[in-house]
Design a protein. Structure first.
Length: 171
């Protein structure tokens, strides 16, 4: 969704949805959005600085990284970013970044497209190793049974010498 900065006097509240088609071709993540991504963002303008804040919600279907079963995940995120004009960007080849600099984005012209920011917020909050539950027991490495559904009588995998040393070090 494009917003025109010249039309913002103080605060502009933008409600919208992002189509799930934008998230279909992601190579490194295995998830499917079940509904459009919804957002209600307050766009605030202070001189040349623009602040975008508000909730972003989505529902996704993911595969558990332990048991490989599909599960649904609903997330409600709080997006908060700050944009400044690209003309204020220092022209130095190298510069030291501070913590405050990591949350700043830059814009050019009079229009800002909100979709890339919403897309980034969703992608950064999809779990890297999704779990259907914290108590998930996973798949047996010997027989391949899902231990959440049926128990198996397989012996525990023998621990390696390195694993034993690591356990003694951590205890």
């Amino acid at each position: 969704m494009l917003i025109r900065l010249s039309e913002i006097e103080d605060v502009l509240v933008v409600k919208g949805e992002m189509d799930t088609a934008r998230f279909q071709k992601t190579d490194d993540t295995q998830f499917t959005l079940l509904a459009p991504v919804r957002y209600e963002l307050a766009v605030t303008k202070f001189d040349d600085t623009v602040s975008i804040e508000g909730p972003v919600t989505f529902e996704a279907s993911l595969s558990c990284s332990r048991c490989l079963e599909d599960f649904d995940l609903s997330m409600s995120l709080q997006m908060a970013i700050k944009l400044t004009p690209k003309s204020t960007l220092p022209e130095a080849a190298e510069m030291e970044l501070h913590n405050d600099d990591l949350d700043v984005y830059y814009y050019e012209g009079d229009e800002i497209d909100l979709d890339p920011f919403v897309y980034e917020e969703v992608m950064l909050n999809i779990p890297v190793r999704p779990l259907c539950s914290e108590e998930c027991r996973g798949i047996c490495p010997t027989c391949g049974r899902n231990r959440n559904i049926e128990p198996c009588d397989c012996p525990e995998a023998p621990s390696s010498l390195l694993g034993e040393k690591l356990k003694s070090f951590l205890n």
